[in-house]
Design a protein around this ligand. Structure first.
Ligand SMILES: [Zn+2]
Length: 115
């Protein structure tokens, strides 16, 4: 099955209410290279949803971390590498909140710790 745009938007707001709006675009196809993207210019999270529910939610959280990093932290000169330490802190915080609120599987924590 696949989730709707509204599902992702409400899920992400429940995890953390970001300060700047964003849009979600769901593509019902498999992209060989990426499971999702974030376009800072359009504040757009795109999800290629031909994966498991768990993977799709993880992708949404990952791209949401890019949005928050870019719109709420990205003004600094340093520390704004796309997958640098600052991004990882944001992503990890979102995962913890999502699991605590019962919105994502505990497996995500295992992945953070062991991978
Ligand atoms: Zn990324």
């Amino acid at each position: 099955m696949s989730y709707s745009v509204d599902f992702y938007i409400s899920l992400l707001y429940k995890i953390y209410p970001c300060k700047e709006n964003f849009v979600v675009d769901v593509k019902h196809k498999r992209n060989k290279r990426v499971m999702g993207t974030y376009n800072p210019r359009f504040r757009r999270i795109r999800i290629y949803d031909e994966h498991s529910d768990e993977e799709n939610i993880n992708t949404a959280i990952h791209e949401y971390a890019h949005h928050i990093h870019y719109t709420e932290k990205g003004k600094k000169k340093n520390g704004n590498r796309p997958h640098g330490p600052e991004f990882k802190l944001i992503y990890h915080a979102l995962v913890v909140m999502a699991v605590q609120k019962g919105l994502a599987s505990y497996q995500l924590i295992d992945d953070l710790v062991t991978k």
